[in-house]
Design a binder for this molecule. Structure first.
Ligand SMILES: Cc1cc2nc3c(=O)[nH]c(=O)nc-3n(C[C@H](O)[C@H](O)[C@H](O)COP(=O)(O)OP(=O)(O)OC[C@H]3O[C@@H](n4cnc5c(N)ncnc54)[C@H](O)[C@@H]3O)c2cc1C
Length: 333
């Protein structure tokens, strides 16, 4: 079940809505009573009409813990859904307080494709953090831990249960045939199923030779197969995975100053073009700006902690993070 992730109360103040325990338990039918609490102080908010409630703190409400809403709003599925709820008023009031709540975002299925040989690495820490934060925000997360899976990076005949042409191996032709005939090897089919399931795909990796570690590049070679993820004119704006999003979460050895125009390595967006545009955008995904922990092994422990905090913030702001506009993608379908 999708959790309701964002609720816009159309006014200010940090609130949490909690279902009030009902006599006879939490049955899913019938009206629900809600109590309003200030999330930050766990104190009950004055029960007045929404327009007249004055709240300290006055941060705009954008999200409320999904756990508070799951049992209350099981029917809310889509961003833009409006839900009308009645909250209990003072015993002496004539009417309950009514709220129209707007769902800002629905929960996502997130696939993290993680490529680092050492679980105690900083990449490992970023992956663990992403799982915790995304699950905590109501999303569903799967991780493909490529080293733990011993994922074979070299695409070729091993990808197929049977070949169309045993005499001469043509990779893309075999991919199309396998897609039509259901002949992908089980380990690929599993990864393909995860890709179809995912709303957001995160590649978590250290930058190796300005690119993906071979095990992750091999995952793309084998899983983004012709016929399955592109082909027959489907690419970029007409791509198979339109509506999905892709994001790079990565570390570098070099410092930020070396990854700007005129820096020793060149501008990072240009270096990542072959991944963000050549892989994600090519199959139709929108590309969320990358999160990069520069010089992860060289910076101080405090800076590493700050990276993790910034990554947490980024993960919590995914809904409001605009995708990258690729000029080339705009020109060609
Ligand atoms: C083959 C190869 C090619 C490379 N090519 C490039 C290249 O092209 N460009 C480039 O810039 N770099 C390159 N590098 C360097 C590489 O990108 C970095 O070594 C890598 O990004 C560092 O990330 P890591 O996760 O491996 O760090 P690690 O060395 O595993 O971790 C860094 C530090 O973080 C600490 N840490 C772990 N968990 C936490 C936590 N929870 N909180 C705080 N600290 C924690 C670790 O203990 C460690 O001290 C290359 C390296 C290799 C091996």
């Amino acid at each position: 079940m999708s959790a309701v992730k964002g609720i816009d109360l159309g006014r200010r103040g940090p609130l949490t809505l909690r279902p009030t325990p009902q006599p006879g338990g939490n049955s899913s039918d019938g009206p629900r009573r809600l109590d309003l609490f200030q999330a930050s102080r766990s104190r009950q908010v004055p029960r007045k009409s929404p327009s007249s409630v004055k709240l300290p703190g006055s941060k705009a409400i954008s999200t409320v813990r999904p756990s508070a809403f799951d049992p209350v709003l099981p029917e809310a599925r889509q961003a833009g859904d409006e839900l009308r709820l009645a909250a209990p008023s003072r015993p002496d009031a004539r009417e309950p307080i009514c709220f129209t709540l707007k769902v800002l975002a629905k929960s996502m299925n997130v696939l993290i494709v993680y490529a680092h040989p050492e679980p105690k690495s900083f990449n490992g820490a970023m992956k663990e953090l992403a799982v915790e934060v995304l699950k905590g925000a109501g999303h569903t997360v799967q991780v493909s831990d490529l080293y733990a899976m011993n994922f074979a990076p070299a695409g070729g005949p091993i990808d197929f249960l049977e070949r169309e042409d045993e005499a001469c191996f043509r990779y893309q032709r075999e991919q199309v045939h396998a897609n039509d005939a259901g002949l992908f090897a089980p380990e690929l089919r599993e990864e393909m199923d995860k890709l179809v399931w995912a709303d957001l795909v995160i590649f978590q990796f250290p930058l190796w030779w300005f690119s993906l570690p071979a095990i992750l590049k091999g995952w793309v070679d084998r899983v983004f197969a012709m016929g399955f993820s592109y082909g027959a004119g489907q690419r970029y704006a007409t791509g198979v995975f339109r509506g999905k999003r892709g994001m790079l979460a990565m570390t570098t050895g070099g410092p930020p100053a070396s990854y700007v125009e005129g820096g020793s390595h060149g501008e990072i967006g240009q270096l990542l073009m072959h991944i963000q545009h050549g892989m994600f955008a090519f199959v139709g995904m929108d590309v969320v700006p990358p999160f990069i922990a520069y010089g992860a092994a060289r910076v101080s422990p405090e800076e590493r902690a700050a990276y993790l905090e910034a990554y947490r913030d980024r993960l919590l702001a995914l809904e409001s993070t605009a995708p990258i506009e690729f000029e080339v993608a705009a020109r060609s379908a």
